[in-house]
Design a protein around this ligand. Sequence first.
Ligand code: DQA
Length: 161
Amino acid sequence: MTDVLVIFGPNLNMLGTREPEIYGADSMADIMAAVADRAADLGRRVEMVQSNDEAVLVTTIQNAREDAASILFNLAAYTHTSVALRDALAMFDGPKVEVHLSNNDRREDFRQASMTAGVSDGSIVGFGSDSFLLGLEAIHRLLIRRGDNGMVRQIMNGDIG
Ligand code: DQA
């Protein structure tokens, strides 16, 4: 069981070279490394997945019902189109936070609708790669509110340190 499943949607594997004036210079590997570091500080186990395939993302979210306590997700372009991903997220009971690197509200009209925001606890948009770290912090706090203290729990169980 992982504490936080982090999902990267289509084209996020191209970050770093993909429209850096919009999405910044950090690669997906850079973001994953920063998330892993911060998760370790918070005492949270993370798993990270990237796919360009909507069906793979649906199955990943379905499986998270058994495998993960929470989901941090950037479904990229599918955010604006995918009823299937919305329905998959709706079935997941743990904390769910949507993040975007860019501020969709300042961009084209078609990016201003999110299929998935309405089944999330909240959204963090517009902070570049830091959106993932802020989203992780939000998930951490939502888990604490549910009585799951991460590091504290692990120390009590003798898992670390
Ligand atoms: C994005 C915003 C989406 O509109 C776009 O399709 C992406 C990236 C972001 O993080 O800013 O691929 O999700």
